[in-house]
Design a protein around this ligand. Structure first.
Ligand SMILES: [Fe+2]
Length: 68
């Protein structure tokens, strides 16, 4: 149960980060900062990849074990 809670908390952090990086990327685009926008997009994608890994983990045995 504790692991399931930790994964859930980590996913909330990832989503918060994704919102921030997505906004910053858009601001960079609006300011014609192509390099900054590209770097922020890369970071955004890394956050998304982490979130997907956490989702995979959450769907694994961890949540099934928490259900017992
Ligand atoms: Fe993150």
């Amino acid at each position: 149960m504790r692991d399931a809670g930790l994964i859930s908390a980590a996913q909330r952090v990832e989503h918060y980060e994704m919102a921030g990086y997505g906004s910053a990327r858009t601001y960079a685009e609006l300011l014609n900062d192509a390099e900054g926008a590209k770097l922020l997009q890369t970071t955004l994608e890394e956050e998304g990849a982490t979130d997907k890994k956490l989702t995979k983990l959450a769907k694994s045995a961890i949540n099934l074990a928490a259900n017992k």
